[in-house]
Design a protein around this ligand. Structure first.
Ligand SMILES: *Cc1c(COP(=O)(O)O)cnc(C)c1O
Length: 455
């Protein structure tokens, strides 16, 4: 496929596009994949090649790539009232309707919603809210934010500081005052002979020690994903949230659940917080909120943080923060429809119904000599590749093993994601049992081909 001047889309991409979070050696070798459209769980490139997207785009296109109802909601709203902001007390009616819906879906009896355009902006906003609340309460030193190793909370300067991954050292981050607690990944971080229960207790004890060491009066909040997503699909160790909750309560530290991936059905429940009984003080939502059809993020504050923030804003006479395009009527109409489709048109039911089969086929990879750990919950799964199963050692970085698997899969028409040493699967909520079989068959063929190559 080429344009009138004979330039291919790939050449134009190379000439004009800078790709974020893209493996540069792979891009150089294989070129970009340029897509034209999607059908159900498949996307198509400019050459007509079809790919099964086992990652729902970036965890978010859960209703597939051409959902008629959501597209109609978008176009109908575009004809009625396509754009408006939410500053100065003005807002579109659909955005108010969405807010009521979100509070209804939330674990809170009452609360308030604040809109952004992304998950990063929502987390970043939450940090500012906590800082403002504490300053107005006369506790300006209460600013430190706790997250956990391997957490992913976004890419703004504050949220990169919260994202506890080594690559953020490229930017000289984290900023001071962003603390990284333990990652509750039992298989990876347990001590020799330590039971999972003892591991969880150690996680909670270490958190308490961290808080004591830093000074509880300096800590504004802790953010946690119910299941760490971009860290490589890491569910918490058994009893983790039940163990850390009392520690945070003891020091009056709010817990913010970053539900950007888990929210709206990924685990077969509306929230990861429901699944793990987290009892958060606020929820950060994005990704599935519009089924990937419109940029949107939201901070959903529970009752106490709503009251605290409103008190602070009354004293300051406003909340001096806002994104021009946030809470747009288009996004709101899309979200209302997407949530309806997820909740009432069988999507969340399908996740629930097919989770056992998804996990059964996922766990079959456990028999593979190089699958160190296979882990999954709901429609999230990861296969962590190791060179030596007993010692849990990685392959030589030069082999670029998970990248190689993802590239081989792509050749075979399967999109799956390399994350560190893991291969991650997060299928759309509309996937059928037969399509799950196709997905796993393709991945098995991919593993066979790649490990035959490296011997
Ligand atoms: C994707 C993600 C974010 C960031 O969302 P963006 O819309 O990419 O800014 C934040 N938190 C979690 C848990 C995520 O998975």
């Amino acid at each position: 496929m080429a344009d009138a001047k004979g330039n291919s889309w790939e050449e134009k991409d190379r000439a004009n596009v800078l790709h974020g979070f893209t493996d540069f050696p792979s891009l150089k070798e294989n070129g970009p994949v340029i897509l034209t459209h999607g059908e159900g769980i498949y996307v198509f490139d400019v050459h007509g090649k079809r790919y099964l997207d086992a990652n729902s785009g970036l965890w978010n296109n859960v209703a597939g790539f051409n959902h008629k109802g959501i597209i109609e909601a978008l176009t109908a709203q575009a004809e009625r009232f396509p754009g408006y902001h939410s500053f100065f007390g003005r807002i579109a009616d659909v955005t108010v309707a969405l807010s009521e819906r979100l509070i209804g879906l939330s674990p809170f009896d009452s609360g308030k919603v604040y809109y952004t355009n992304s998950g990063s902006e929502a987390n970043d906003t939450m940090v500012k809210m906590l800082w403002m609340i504490n300053r107005r309460k006369g506790q300006p030193e209460r600013r430190k934010i706790i997250t956990r190793i391997n957490a992913y909370h976004g890419v703004t300067i504050a949220t990169s500081s919260m994202t506890a991954k080594p690559y953020n050292s490229e930017f000289g981050l984290p900023l001071p005052g962003f603390l990284h607690a333990d990652c509750p990944h039992y298989w990876r971080f347990a001590l020799e002979g330590e039971t999972e229960e003892a591991f969880t207790e150690r996680m909670a004890r270490n958190l308490k020690d961290l808080i004591e060491r830093e000074g509880p009066e300096t800590i504004a909040g802790m953010f946690a994903e119910p299941v760490q997503g971009a860290g490589g699909v890491i569910p918490p160790s058994k009893g983790y949230f039940a163990a850390i909750r009392p520690v945070l309560r003891e020091y009056d530290i709010p817990l913010v659940a970053d539900e950007v991936i888990c929210g709206f059905g990924r685990l077969g429940e509306m929230w990861g917080s429901d699944y793990y009984d987290i009892e958060p003080d606020a929820i950060i939502a994005s990704k599935c909120i519009t089924a990937g059809y419109y940029p949107m993020g939201a901070v959903i504050l529970g009752e106490e943080l709503t009251a605290a923030l409103e008190t602070a804003c009354e004293a300051a006479e406003e909340f001096p923060h806002g994104f021009t395009a946030a809470g747009s009527p288009l996004g709101s109409a899309v979200a209302l429809k997407a949530l309806d489709v997820i909740e009432n048109d069988g999507l969340i039911d399908n996740v629930r119904a097919l989770t056992p089969y998804f996990l059964e086929r996922l766990y079959r990879f456990g028999e593979h000599p190089h699958a160190g750990e296979v882990r999954g919950v709901g429609f999230m799964g990861a296969i962590e590749i190791v060179a030596d199963k007993k010692r849990k050692t990685s392959f030589d970085g030069k082999l670029r093993i998970s990248e190689r698997i993802a590239n081989k899969a792509l050749e075979k028409g399967l999109i799956c994601r390399p994350l560190g040493a893991s291969v991650v699967l997060a299928p759309p909520f509309i996937i059928t049992r037969e399509e799950l079989d196709t997905m796993f068959d393709l991945l098995e063929e991919t593993f066979a081909a790649v490990f035959a190559e490296i011997g």
